[in-house]
Design a protein around this ligand. Structure first.
Ligand code: ADP
Ligand code: MG
Length: 332
């Protein structure tokens, strides 16, 4: 049974970036305004996410890392209108099966914090009181060490995995308003490299300037499109013409209701339209789709990055027209 659990867990947590994503989303769900990600040796030894969110109440400790434990869904009808990032209660149990899970937490109702350690099965193996601020710190040591083959692959690809984490954290740094995000990587004894740092500004513009720099921002144009009464797309795109883009598509970030997602079709469309206006470059793109939670399905892929729109065709057509006009305006 536990082997099956480990293998299934390896399908929820595909790599380092999906592990970090789950932890960051939990922090944001908990209302954190400060989220600090630390990686030891690019995440190979351990990684942790510390937040100043609501904390976890003691009544949840025992079941915290058990499969399908969640405090976020009270009723199956909620599945159709999930507003929070996480909802399936699978992240902590999966991470726990794949590495060594430690949680330190305190709610504002508790006078002190609690340090919890877990067995791979999800059972609490030790619990003690500690001094700490309100909030939660989740640490995973030796991810994938319980799956030997995956573990070897993980070590071999660690730099690549680390790169994906940075890109993911940049995606949050761009979209999260009023959240201070910090990521450091500890290599060797005392060298701590700061790799992502935001001030928690309150506008998309300021976040983009923080992450991409002012020069890139100057090459962008605001984009806003109402596809239907309750579906809007908002963000920034490279200005038309050569010189405003990049040599690779490394600065393209797509979101649904502020959640970073992969959108292969939208990505392809944006690239195609930009490049058709005689540019060999790729545009910078930051697009957030604001759409009712009932109009898309986030439950299709285990890592929740793939999105399925119920009116995909309409959305793509409208985008093609609007972005097409931006990049090759009709001459009359
Ligand atoms: P889900 O997010 O789908 O509910 P998880 O496995 O990610 O499932 O987390 C399980 C539960 O642990 C959450 O429902 C929440 O109650 C609690 N939790 C996890 N991380 C945090 C955090 N950073 N702050 C507060 N609560 C947390
Ligand atoms: Mg979660």
């Amino acid at each position: 049974k536990s082997v099956v659990h480990r293998i299934c867990s390896g399908q929820v947590i595909l790599d380092l970036s999906s592990a970090v994503k789950e932890l960051v989303e939990n922090s944001l769900d908990a209302g954190a305004t400060t989220v600090e990600v630390s990686l030891k040796a690019y995440g190979e030894e351990w990684f942790k996410v510390a937040d100043n969110g609501s904390g976890i109440s003691p009544s949840n400790f025992q079941a915290l890392a058990l499969k399908h434990h969640t405090s976020k869904i009270s009723d199956f009808s909620d599945l159709n209108s999930v507003a929070t990032f996480g909802f399936r209660g699978e992240a902590l149990s999966s991470l726990c099966a794949l590495g060594k899970l430690t949680v330190e937490t305190r709610t504002k109702e508790e006078p002190v914090g609690t340090h919890l350690e877990f067995e791979h099965s999800g059972v609490v193996s030790s619990e003690r009181k500690i001094a700490r601020q309100v909030g939660t710190t989740v640490t995973i040591e030796k991810l994938f060490s319980t799956l030997p083959v995956r573990g070897k692959e993980f070590s071999r690809n660690i730099r690549k995995e680390y790169g994906k984490v940075i890109s993911l954290l940049n995606a949050y740094a761009i979209i999260a308003k009023g959240v201070r995000l910090l990521c450091t990587n500890i290599v060797g004894k005392n060298s701590r490299m700061v790799v992502v740092k935001t001030q928690g500004s309150s506008s998309l513009k300021d976040n983009i300037i923080t992450v991409f720099g002012l020069n890139t921002f100057k090459c962008l144009e605001p984009f806003k499109l109402a596809i239907s009464e309750d579906c809007q797309v908002e963000g920034f795109l490279s200005k038309p013409g050569p010189g405003s883009g990049r040599n690779s598509g490394d600065r393209q970030f797509f979101y649904v209701n502020g959640r970073p997602v992969d959108m292969p079709k939208v990505t392809k469309l944006v690239n195609e339209l930009y490049r058709s206006s005689n540019s060999k470059q790729y545009p910078v793109a930051v697009l957030n789709f604001c759409i009712p939670t009932t109009s898309y399905d986030v439950n299709v892929a285990p890592d929740k990055r793939k999105i399925f729109f119920s009116s995909e065709h309409t959305i793509l057509l409208s985008l093609r027209e609007a972005i097409g006009n931006l990049y090759s305006p009709q001459q009359c």
